[in-house]
Design a protein around this ligand. Sequence first.
Ligand SMILES: Cc1cc2nc3c(=O)[nH]c(=O)nc-3n(C[C@H](O)[C@H](O)[C@H](O)COP(=O)(O)OP(=O)(O)OC[C@H]3O[C@@H](n4cnc5c(N)ncnc54)[C@H](O)[C@@H]3O)c2cc1C
Length: 528
Amino acid sequence: MYDYIIVGAGSAGCVLANRLSENPEVRVLLLEAGSSDWNPLVHMPAGIAQLVGQKGVNWDYSTAPEPALQNRSLWWPRGKVLGGSSSINAMCYIRGHAKDYDEWAAMGCEGWDWQSVLPYFRKSESNTRGSNAWHGDEGPLSVSDPRYLNPLTPVFLEAAEQAGLSATDDFNGASQQGFGLYQTTTREGQRCSSAKAYLKPVRARKNLTVITKAMASRVVFEGDRASAVVYTVAGKGGFCEAASKEVILCGGSINSPQLLMLSGIGPAASLQQLGIDVIQDLPGVGGNLQDHLDTCVLQRSTQSITYDSTNQVLAGIQFLLFKQGPGTSNVAESGGFWRTALAEDERPDIQFHFVPAQLDDHGRNKLPGSGYTLHACFLRPKSRGRLHLVSTNVQHKPRIEAGYLSDAEGFDMKVMIEAVKLSRKILSQPVFDSFREKELFPGEQVQSDAELTEFVREKAESIYHPVGTCKMGAANDPDAVVDSYCRVKGVRGLRVVDASVMPKLIGGNTNAPTIMIAERVADLIRGS
Ligand SMILES: Cc1cc2nc3c(=O)[nH]c(=O)nc-3n(C[C@H](O)[C@H](O)[C@H](O)COP(=O)(O)OP(=O)(O)OC[C@H]3O[C@@H](n4cnc5c(N)ncnc54)[C@H](O)[C@@H]3O)c2cc1C
């Protein structure tokens, strides 16, 4: 018998496993469907280029055909390994805009305004720059400045300046807007996943049990109280472990709603169609799906100085021996946040990631030669999607209807077009003259808004930030799945704590906000 059973050892799950087992009286079980993070590519930041396509550490999801994107199915990698997606992500350390959290509070998420969440960002963080009003230097999660820069990264930052876009040296400080280097979740040149930050240091605790290759298939209820979890290990058994206090789902934005629905919590009619006994009718489970859609302007380079031509053997040896050189780079070393003319308030509405390499189809389509890619995504899309359970078997992937560019006014597409235009403006600055060859995507012939619209439909991809499918909200919010304590509505002893509870997508990458959520809920659970 355990006190708490946590399902999923990802960004959030590792935090909860650590914080709850701080009390030696409390027994915690952490179930993770993936294996341990033995793969060296997890730990070498530049390993992301190879890692992202590896099936062993990836759930390898795809959306259903997206009507607004020429019926393409978009690829959604998610981490299936200790650390979850924090073990395969691009490591950019971003919190979003202060106003994003004030907006959560205004939507009914009491206690999630910026002033309330800032202490948890600070608590989680160990920033190599030291502590100040925004940053902490004593937390488990290491945040560092880059050890190595590709020669084109400073060129990109100068180009932004030439384009009249100001610089910033801290996207997570006083003002988010500007261009600069990303700080990354790395420690001494290596990835600092949530597993490395929170789990590894406490694995020896006697009151913490971690089981890998353990796939949870259902939460068991006694009346309206979650009392146990059913799971298999390496595909075998139908084990059942009891939780005397709580079951906490940390499976991420796709798997947590899937598990809720498999356990009888979700839209009643669709559960009944699959023959699932309804424990609680919650229409919001799987809904409110939001993601950052991203476009890439890809420019061929006249000089072979990008990561396309890095000697990988040499980089690997340099990394192994000294933790220096290109192997320590997260590849997306720099970027920026900017307000377009369409921005609806003071918050930047576009985020850029500059990649000094040719990145087509998530890097899965290897192109010959050298080039550089400027990603741009719209930070607050109005479009919403939904997940659907298609089977009672946990192994069958849910149907993901991301709903990209489905907003009635077409506002999301307008901002995407602005994003491409601004990307081109930056890449056309004089400082790039000696590097610029032909533009591969969208291609010089693509100029009018109608042509850019078609380009977005043909080429836009996810930048991996799905959230919102177990929305947090007020008691009277019909779409809310969890309350401000992340407790599932209408039942007892069950929480969801991961990126799925975000009521609205924040303006930035989602790893640090997910870790913050888990830090804060750990405190709520412990009653402090
Ligand atoms: C390729 C990529 C690049 C990204 N880049 C960045 C970036 O640069 N910066 C940033 O801030 N964010 C980035 N993100 C997003 C960020 O990593 C995620 O938002 C964050 O990790 C989500 O955390 P989570 O706890 O919700 O889910 P996850 O970290 O995905 O954890 C869920 C865990 O639950 C496990 N699990 C699921 N179902 C079950 C089950 N039934 N039984 C047992 N275990 C289960 C999974 O295997 C996984 O380990 C990126 C994501 C990806 C995929």
